[in-house]
Design a binder for this molecule. Structure first.
Ligand code: N2P
Length: 347
């Protein structure tokens, strides 16, 4: 074969292969950034099929990790799922795009108590996804004291059997609440005291955990853990010795909403995804998979009675009265950051 012919055949072959590759990949891509263990994978598949798109799904473990990737990272995400105080911060730093509600008609299914909250008045930048509390999950066969106070997490009897959340606002919040202080305190003496208590507690702590809390508690490798309510529900499905308690000193209530970062590449598709997740049948299915509490009233009605009536997922007004929502600490943020760093690096 002549050299010229060979070269043109090679070019032809390369173009055919590239065309085939492009052909498979020409679907619009939605970049999603969510907490680990926080969606039913089939819900993503259904969205991909129904909208003929590809979802790139990435996960994070804490609000702070998510913030760093979005504020400083190179990846542009189309949808992310921060909590209340972090949404407040991202709005104030101009990191979020305004959401076009015309593309989210399913927002009508959200209960009004989950809308128009202080961290995002008018829901200009965020649409509710899940909400919950955190509390103490304990194993009834491993703990013989009454569990009704954060104090039990400082009881030496349970040394090596206590799990704390590897999440700064949550763990600092536990320590502050136990001392009778606000989880949003700006008082340096209170913060110092909370820090010293966390350092004092450290030898009793088996580990600071994220999603691995589930495996450890279900396998009965620890007796007591600070957990988010939805994870408590999911763990109680797996092990009937587990019980969730709202400590009497009070706890945190949180709201995880969906947002669109300002540098999103596919804003309209992001809005379609947010709308899809608020379709009552989809939201109900998702909740039954992950265990968390939905703000979608129409979805709540589709849930089996044992979930709908669960005090863990849907606590009474009485319990909710004794909860506090995290606020963005703004100028005090570095104090909280430094405090947590000291706790984590203390030996
Ligand atoms: C799920 C994480 C839940 C987030 N693994 C609590 N805000």
């Amino acid at each position: 074969m002549k050299k010229g012919l060979k070269v043109s055949m090679l070019i032809l072959l390369i173009s055919a292969i590239s065309l085939a590759i492009i052909g498979c990949n020409d679907k619009p891509i939605l970049n999603v950034y969510n907490w680990g263990d926080y969606i039913d994978p089939d819900v993503i598949k259904d969205f991909e099929e129904e909208f003929n798109v590809k979802v790139n799904y990435n996960t994070f473990a804490t609000n702070e990790d998510m913030y760093v990737s979005i504020a400083k990272g190179g990846t542009s995400y189309d949808v992310a799922f921060p909590s209340d105080y972090m949404i407040e911060r991202m709005i104030s730093e101009g990191l979020l795009a305004e959401i076009n509600k015309d593309n989210i008609p399913n927002i009508k299914y959200i209960g009004e108590e989950y809308l128009d909250l202080d961290f995002d008045p008018g829901n200009k930048y965020s649409v509710p996804y899940m909400w919950g509390t955190f509390g103490i999950l304990y194993n009834k066969t491993m703990v013989d004291d009454v569990v009704d106070s954060w104090d039990i997490l400082w009881n030496e009897k349970y040394a090596g059997q206590i799990l704390m959340l590897d999440s700064q606002r949550d763990s600092i919040g536990v320590s502050l609440k136990r001392l009778g202080y606000s989880m949003n305190t700006r008082d340096l003496n209170e913060l110092e005291e909370a820090k010293n208590e966390l350092i004092k507690q450290k030898p009793l702590v088996y580990a600071y955990v994220g999603d691995d809390v589930k495996q450890l508690m279900v396998a009965e490798e620890a007796a007591l853990a600070v957990v988010w309510s939805g994870d408590a529900v999911a763990m109680m499905w797996e092990n009937e010795n587990l019980e969730y308690v709202y400590p009497k000193e009070g706890t945190n209530i949180w709201f995880d909403n969906m947002v669109i970062p300002k540098n999103a590449k596919n804003k309209e598709l992001a809005e379609q995804f947010i709308n899809f997740l608020n379709r009552p049948d989809i939201a109900a299915r998702n909740v039954q998979y992950i265990g968390y509490s939905t703000p979608n009233v129409a979805a709540q009605e589709l849930l089996p009675e044992e979930i709908r009536n669960s005090q863990v997922a849907y606590p009474s007004k009485e319990i909710l009265k004794n909860t506090e929502i995290f606020r963005d600490m703004k100028d005090m943020l570095s104090v909280y950051d430094e405090l947590w760093l000291e706790v984590k690096t203390e030996r």
